[in-house]
Design a protein around this ligand. Structure first.
Ligand SMILES: O=C([O-])C(=O)C[C@H](O)[C@@H](O)C(=O)[O-]
Length: 349
């Protein structure tokens, strides 16, 4: 097979710097999310002059030097050994470069190459900036101007930062204000487990006319509470999205099979491309790999969506990545189109 004729000759380490367009504030469980950050990438060089690179998705094994690319990745399934998960993205990129195929084609090309993206950066601006709810609306306006047509609002202010009743009231006020300002946009809400089931159902009753697209991580995963929430949502189109933080996979798959989770969210990088390739055929609902943290993760999740299908929307992390040419990805009116270039179609300067 073609990949067997290419041998890893050198493993190079580097970093990339992500920059958000503004400081991203608190959510229900964590303080400020800052302005971006520096992350490790790994670059694989072959004896045949091919290069593949990607975010380091875990510890990077050096002992791949001298091994053939065909031993390390099977284009049909992903990396061949658990110890290679740190190289998941670099190896998919490298296989694509060698085979002259985009990653979404390696993954099966089961989805559309144009994917709706939602804005994942609407945090608790009202708690840090002057102007209260208007501060949140200002962030929505900035991201709308940047092309977003769907907002995910962080809620759960009463979990840690405000008195419970006042925080819940502010969540309702923010949700209603964004809906009023953007009658046609999709609105998603993410509580980062900052409610209990009773409190969350009260929140939902207060925003019942806001046509929420999905509710994410409303409370700590619990099969009975999720069944209760699903029952409450009967007759509405609102989806339940779960499974981002510390996913306990098998119970989540079971809850999804019972119909009480509509969208599974395991992280695109820490859960990984190869794991998603294994799991996607087993899940009874839709999926949307969590991408928060790095604009690059949105591009990876979009490739996964185009490749594996079954992903209705992808989390957008607004911002830029220094030294990475992302211009082959097209962004228009809330949709991202992945390129038909080999690998991820991303050049590292
Ligand atoms: O869905 C999301 O984007 C998140 O929940 C991101 C969180 O806000 C962030 O604190 C994190 O990554 O845990």
């Amino acid at each position: 097979m073609t990949l067997d004729r290419h041998f890893v000759h050198r493993v190079e380490h580097s970093t990339i710097q992500s920059r958000y367009p503004r400081t991203v504030g608190r959510n229900a469980r964590l303080g400020s999310h800052g302005n971006g950050g520096v992350d490790d990438v790994v670059i694989l060089h072959t004896d045949t002059g091919k290069t593949g690179w990607g975010l380091a998705a875990g510890p990077v094994p050096e002992e791949v030097v001298g091994r053939s690319v065909g031993e390390l990745i099977d284009p049909a399934t992903g990396v061949t050994e658990p110890g290679l998960r740190g190289l998941d993205f670099a190896l998919h990129d490298l296989a694509g470069q060698i085979l002259d195929l985009p990653v979404h084609a390696l993954l099966g090309g089961r989805g559309s190459t144009t994917i709706p993206i939602y804005d994942g950066a609407i945090y608790f601006a009202d708690l840090d900036d002057a102007g209260g709810v208007d501060a949140v609306l200002a962030h929505c306006a900035a991201d709308d101007a940047a092309g977003y047509r769907a907002f995910k609002l962080k809620i759960g202010r009463g979990n840690r930062w405000m008195d419970r009743a006042a925080g819940d009231a502010r969540d309702i006020e923010v949700t209603r204000a964004v809906r009023a300002a953007y009658p046609k946009h999709r609105i998603l809400v993410d509580a980062n487990d900052g409610y209990d089931c009773d409190g969350f159902i009260e929140y939902l009753e207060a925003v019942a006319d806001c046509d929420l697209y999905w509710v994410e991580e409303p409370f700590l995963d619990d099969a009975d509470d999720l069944a209760r929430l699903k029952k409450h949502l009967q007759g509405s189109q609102t989806l339940i999205a779960e499974g981002e933080s510390n996913p306990d996979l098998e119970p989540l798959l079971e809850i999804a099979a019972n119909g009480d989770i509509d969208v599974l969210l395991m992280d695109v990088v820490s859960f990984g491309l190869t794991s998603w390739r294994e799991v996607m055929p087993r899940i009874a609902c839709q999926a949307s790999p969590h991408a928060w943290g790095l604009p690059l993760k949105t591009l990876y999740a979009a490739q996964l969506a185009a490749g594996l299908g079954n992903v209705p929307t992808v989390e957008g992390v607004p911002g830029t990545t220094d030294g990475v040419d992302t211009s082959a990805y097209r962004w228009a009116d809330g949709n991202l189109t992945v390129p038909d270039r080999p690998g991820f179609g991303l050049t590292l300067a």
